[in-house]
Design a protein around this ligand. Structure first.
Ligand SMILES: Cc1ncc(COP(=O)(O)O)c(C=O)c1O
Length: 443
């Protein structure tokens, strides 16, 4: 199958005159196409391009879509919101209901503050942790992503430049334009390496405000924390009075029982959520222990506010999502689809004798080309030695030709995360496996 793009190329040509790179955000560019994919519409698990092509979508709005596009129950709430005047900069009974339902889904969260994006949420959480502890240093996991701000967008060598204790030798800003010496406020360690945590906690004792991590690191593919690691980190943070921040921007709502903190049975001090909780509407939040959260204004001195924060449309969309996630059987549906899709893909790896495997956790998964042993996924330093970016890139290109949409944001030593939604039907999955069979055959 060929990819048709006449209309898209026309749009790209026009867009580039006025929009940087022809897209509304850097992340819109698909690096195997070298342009954005312009859509005409999206419905359920399918996206329809400006050229009239139909893809089964496995990008899911970069993790923002969990219930499928154009969901009737979300649409109903949006219509209600339009009728009520779609106001912003005010709260309503819907905001109150949202908070109630959210803390039901994630009972480890005592209080919340709403923002618009995950970037804003992690920024505010870090600032709050610093104010609460009166300390400055932040411990971050090499490779984890928490938004595009100067507080935290630093990485090391993606697991390739670690010292003997699992701390990275250099902390580097991810891009130019960061303030000089900004990196002095961050230290990087390898994820899932408890000795590295012990090491930095001792080395920087009395200086660390917070440790932040994606409890399931989807930004390096799909890397869950081990149970032991998570529990030990909690214990050490309590001992050292260091704020433990879980960034659940992608993991939030994606697997039973609604959050990573529920899954691991660990209560972080603060956590951040976005993306799926409003199924694509701009809503994020910081949640956590009341004693820390009360540091936000008006109770405390840390300002966290925004003109569009808690806007009614996003809140009402998110409330519809929460109601669905709280229904009995919701996570059974996700687990059934995960088994069918990811189990099927793993069989294809074997059938075609291609070195690699799928790792999934809830409604999110990643293709690990290059090695078979899933135990090696837990350490980024092991993944980057074995992962085959060349095979992975060819795979994504061939999958696009088969009208399966997976995102490719650039060459990295680990895969990009893919996802499915509750709208992906059994038939979608069967068709996907047939198409992937052809893709794997061509690899
Ligand atoms: C784990 C994580 N945290 C934070 C962010 C930033 O969220 P946003 O894009 O809503 O600013 C992302 C975005 O991909 C993310 O994956």
């Amino acid at each position: 199958m060929e990819i048709h793009m006449e209309k898209s190329l026309e749009l790209f040509h026009e867009a580039r005159k006025r929009m940087v790179g022809g897209g509304s955000a850097g992340g819109r560019i698909h690096r195997t196409l070298e342009r954005p994919l312009y859509l005409e519409r999206a419905s359920g698990s399918h996206i329809f391009t400006a050229d009239g092509e139909e893809y089964i979508d496995y990008h899911c709005g970069a993790g923002a879509i969990l219930f499928g596009f154009d969901h009737p129950r979300i649409k109903e709430e949006i219509r209600k919101c339009v009728d009520k005047g779609f106001y912003m900069n005010f709260d309503s009974e819907y905001t109150v209901e949202f908070a109630k339902l959210f803390t039901k889904l994630v009972p480890t969260v005592e209080k919340i503050r709403i923002t618009n994006s995950g970037t804003e949420a992690t920024l505010a959480a870090i600032r709050l942790a610093r104010a609460y502890t009166g300390r400055d240093l932040i411990i971050k996991m090499d490779g984890h992503f928490h938004g595009m701000h100067e507080m935290i967008w630093y990485n090391g060598g993606y697991g390739r430049d670690l010292d003997e204790f699992g701390e990275t030798r250099r902390v580097t800003a991810e891009l130019p334009g960061f303030p000089e010496h900004g990196e002095e406020h961050v230290r990087l360690i390898e994820f899932n390496n408890i000795n590295a945590v012990k090491h930095v906690f001792e080395k920087y004792r009395g200086r660390i405000a917070a440790i932040i991590m994606e409890p399931v690191n989807y930004d390096c593919g799909c890397v869950p924390s081990t149970m032991e690691y998570m529990r030990k980190v909690r214990e050490l943070c309590t001992q050292e009075k260091i704020v433990l921040i879980f960034d659940e921007v992608i993991s939030g709502m994606r697997f039973r029982p609604g959050s990573a903190q529920g899954y691991y049975g660990v209560k972080p001090d603060l956590s951040t959520f976005a993306k799926a909780i409003a199924n694509g509407f701009s809503l994020a939040l910081i949640g956590g222990k009341a004693a820390i959260m009360d540091g936000f204004n008006p109770l405390g001195p840390v300002v966290c506010s925004g003109t569009s924060s808690g806007n009614m449309m996003s809140v009402m969309a998110a409330t519809a999502c929460l109601r669905m996630a709280l229904e009995p059987g919701f996570y059974n549906i996700i687990e059934e689809k995960e088994a069918l899709l990811c189990g099927g893909i793993n069989q294809l790896f074997q059938k075609h004798n291609i070195p690699g495997h799928i790792r999934s956790h809830g409604a999110q998964f990643a293709f690990y080309f290059g090695y078979e042993d899933p135990e090696l996924d837990f350490r980024l330093s092991e993944t980057v030695k074995r992962f085959r970016p060349d095979l992975y890139k060819r795979f994504v290109k061939e999958a696009l030709k088969e009208k399966l949409y997976m995102y490719y944001g650039g060459d990295k030593p680990f895969p990009h995360h893919c996802g499915f939604t509750t709208a992906h039907t059994r038939e979608d999955i069967e068709v996907t496996l047939e198409r992937l069979d052809r893709v794997f055959g061509r690899l």
